[in-house]
Each structure stands twice: as C-alpha cells, then as structure tokens.
Ligand binder design. Structure first.
Ligand SMILES: *Cc1c(COP(=O)(O)O)cnc(C)c1O
Length: 460
C-alpha cells in the first residue's frame, strides 16, 4: 500500500513517508496509489469495538509499516477521544431519520482531537524508525493548535511550535494551549492576526537554517495521516444508526472531514451521500454548484473554524472526480493559485456533484438553528454544528441523515448565548483549565523574531 501525489508525483511513498512529508515534493497532496479493498468483514468491524475497527482500517491503509504496536497505540488514543463518557458511540437520534454524531468528547472538546490524538504516536513511531528529529510549526486561530498541543505534549521525537495571534483566540482555546506544561511545546503569541501567524509559518518551513537541525514540517489538514483518523467514525456511526447507507452532512472548512467520509464510502463502507455544509465563506459550495472556483478574502463568522476560502482537500476530490488525472488536477490548482479564478469544465462539474453536494448557511440561519435545536430537542449545539444541522433540515426528504457535531457549545459561548438567551453549561474539562500557570512566549509581528524564537527552542 503506497501513496502518490495528486499533481503527478509518482515515486511511491509508504504511509510513513507521506506522513512525514505532509505535501508531495511537487506541491500535490498524497492519496493512496489505489484504494484498498478490505479482506475482512467491514460491516461487522464497523459495528464492533472502535479501537479494533481503527486498527483494521489503519492496517488496510499501510500504517502497519510503523509496526503493530504503533497502530495499537494510535487506535487506543483515538478511541479514547471518540467514545462518550458512558463509553459508547456518541450518536444521538433527534428525529426518526436524523442523528447527530458528537465528535467532541476528546481532550479539547473539538473533533480535531480525533486526528491529532492518532497522528502524534504515529509520527513518533515514524521518527523512531529513521532516527530523525522533527520540529512541527503550525499557525492556529484556536482549535488546531489546542488539539496539537494536547496530542504532541511529551512526544519523544517531536518539538511543537504553535503560533497564535495574541488576544485573538478565545480564552478557552488559549488556556487549552498555554496551560499544558511540556518541554517539547512552545506557544508563541504574535502581536498580529492569524494571517500574520500563517505567513510566519510558511517562511519558517522554507528556512535553511532550521532544516539543518532536522526535519521541519506542519500539522495542517492536508496531511493524509490526519484524514485517516477521521474515516472510522463514519463507519461506526452508520452502523450504530442501523440505517442503510445514511447520508452524512458535514460542517466544512478545509474539506478534510468530508473527504474522510468519501474515503469510507470508497472502500465499501455503509456510507451514503456526502453533503458539505459551509458558512458564508463558500468558495467550495460555489465551485461545486456553479463551476466557478474563485478566491475571496475570508470573512469572520460564528463558525470560525470553517472560515476557509481555499479548502485544501478540494484538490483530492478534483483528482478523484477527474478520473485521477494528475495533469487536469495540476491545471486547475496552478491556475487557481495564479489567478484565483477558475472555471471548471462541465464534465468535471457533473463528476464532482456525483460525489459530493454542498450548500451555504447564513449567520442568521446558524443562530436560528441553535435556538431550534434547543427548543425542539433540548440540545445546546455550537455554531459549526448548527451549520450542518441547518443544511440537514433543508435536505430532509425522509432519507436517513447523520449530521456531524464538531465542537462543544461552551467553546463558543458568545454566539451561543446570544442565540439562546442563556449561556451554555461549562463542562468540567473547561472549568479545570482555570487557575493553572500559563506559558506564552510573546513576540512582535516580525519574521526575524519568529525565526530567533524557533531556532533557540529547536536547538535547546
Ligand atoms: C476544523 C473544524 C471544522 C471543519 O473541518 P474541515 O476538515 O476543515 O472541513 C468544523 N468544525 C470545527 C469545530 C472545526 O474545528
């Protein structure tokens, strides 16, 4: 089981290589050389223990190059982040044909835990094999950084540097990053905004001085390893619902989560249609619905983790929808990068829509849906979840639908309180964060200051 790139890179990479590379050398994204066919009973495995299901899927996708122990450890950690407090699949039925899959029972109360908890031990195992050290640098507007800090704290071969915009992440998100005491984690607060952080990270990833010191990479959602951590829950949820080929409605930003559902279907899982629900930042929905893929400046919405205007995993879908044409895929994304405005061919549009549909949900609909979910079902949901449920309610034709719930409402108290008229209950995991020592290394908005800080940490 090897991996190839979406833009023509064909030197086969094992899973370990794809994991440590992140992006293929020509800028493409890694995908399996061919999608594997399970030799085990996928239906039975989906209904069984979540850890065993995850182990089987990881092995199917070649993760066993890292050894059985690494596979078991990764599966055990992702299982612990997935199951609810009662140790059950967190699927809640709210209507005859509508379920909510709560993916926020992990350490930072957001679904990014599912993938991060899994790739941290796998990355450690891959580095143990090569004897290399890795510095991970990442920029965050909140959720990704928190999940990465929790997952990589204490890792043996990885040092993690997270850049966040000072004063511009929510207090809960900040505390989740800065109260973790681990020698291998550095939290840098930048006197700037998220885009400044992202620019710094891009610069650092190309910095020769840092490369001499070992590998340097990022934990962004283009990594195939992260995507793989999200496939098992589609299968487990479908099995737990008892429905035949349920449709999944996925609150979407970078399109990693929705594409993981596509993978679950591709390997023969009991997964029906995939629908991506986006907020006002709807370049993806416009591309699928009108054929025009246009770059706009992202605007801030209540579902802030979905404020993405160039969803990186869209490239994987274009690759598959164009019958795996590397030339066609490269053409679309080179053109998009150069001009920010691409018209997709009619054939490609039809092929895309046959795989995934998409819709846009406004801020007003998001607020109304938070209120509706509470009034009708007694559920307090976060803005990201509300985007998915709003789209699911519009699509409901009596077919079974599972909507993904990606964060706990208490992570986004302001918008939820405004929509409901009262504040969401604060879970113990958040209460516990207060009163701990916070460690933040603040720097001015300056790339040189960023380089100095990372150099000192990486050498230390
Ligand atoms: C990241 C995130 C999403 C979007 O997931 P993608 O894989 O980027 O599409 C949705 N909800 C929450 C809470 C997130 O943190």
């Amino acid at each position: 089981m090897n991996y190839i790139g979406t833009r023509g890179f064909r030197e086969p990479r094992t899973f370990a290589g794809a994991l440590l590379d992140g992006l293929a050398p020509d800028g493409g994204l890694y995908v399996p050389e061919t999608y594997p066919t399970p030799s085990f009973d996928l239906t039975a495995a989906s209904a069984g223990d979540y850890g065993l299901l995850t182990e089987k899927l990881l092995t199917l996708f070649g993760v066993d190059v890292l050894g059985a122990e690494a596979v078991q450890k990764a599966a055990a950690r992702t299982k612990a982040a997935f199951l609810n407090d009662a140790g059950k699949t967190p699927l809640v039925q709210v209507e005859d044909n509508l379920w909510i899959l709560e993916l926020w029972h992990g350490p930072t109360l957001a679904f990014k835990d599912m993938a991060m908890q899994m790739i941290a031990p796998l990355t450690d195992a891959a580095l143990a094999q090569t004897g290399e050290k890795l510095t991970l640098v990442t920029a965050t507007s909140g959720d990704t950084g928190a999940a990465a800090v929790r997952a990589f704290a204490g890792s043996e071969h990885v040092k993690l540097v997270v850049f966040h915009p000072l004063g511009r992440v929510s207090p809960v998100q900040r505390l989740q990053m800065t109260t973790v005491e681990a020698d291998n984690v550095l939290n840098i607060g930048v006197e700037g905004d998220f885009d400044d952080c992202q620019r710094m990270v891009k610069r650092l990833l190309g910095e020769e001085e840092l490369k001499q010191n070992g590998l340097i990479s990022s934990v962004n959602s283009i990594n195939w390893g992260r995507l793989l951590g999200q496939v098992p829950y589609y299968l487990a949820a479908a099995a737990a619902s008892g429905a035949e080929k349920p449709e999944f409605v996925v609150p979407t930003g970078n399109f990693g989560d929705a594409f993981a559902g596509w993978v679950g279907r591709k390997i023969g899982g009991n997964v029906g249609h995939i629908h991506a629900a986006v907020n006002r930042n709807d370049a993806l929905a416009q591309a699928i619905n009108t054929g025009h893929y246009v770059r706009h400046q992202a605007v801030e919405t209540a579902s802030v983790s979905m404020d993405v205007q160039a969803p990186s995993n869209f490239e994987r879908l274009v690759f598959e929808a164009s019958n795996r044409s590397a030339e066609g895929t490269k053409g679309v994304f080179d053109n998009f990068n150069a001009t920010g405005n691409v018209h997709l061919s009619g054939d490609l549009q039809d092929a895309l829509r046959a795989q995934v549909t998409a819709s846009t949900i406004s801020e007003e609909e998001t607020a109304q849906t938070i209120k509706y979910a509470h009034d009708k079902w007694g559920k307090v949901i976060c803005p990201h979840t509300a985007v998915a449920i709003a789209a699911a309610l519009k699509r409901n034709d009596g077919q079974p639908i599972i909507a993904l719930s990606t964060a706990h409402a208490a992570k986004f108290p302001d918008f939820v309180t405004k929509a409901l008229g009262f504040a969401p209950e604060v879970p113990e995991a958040i209460q516990k964060l207060h009163g701990h020592k916070e460690t933040i290394h603040s720097i001015r908005n300056d790339e040189f200051a960023a380089l100095e800080a990372v150099k000192a940490f990486a050498h230390g």
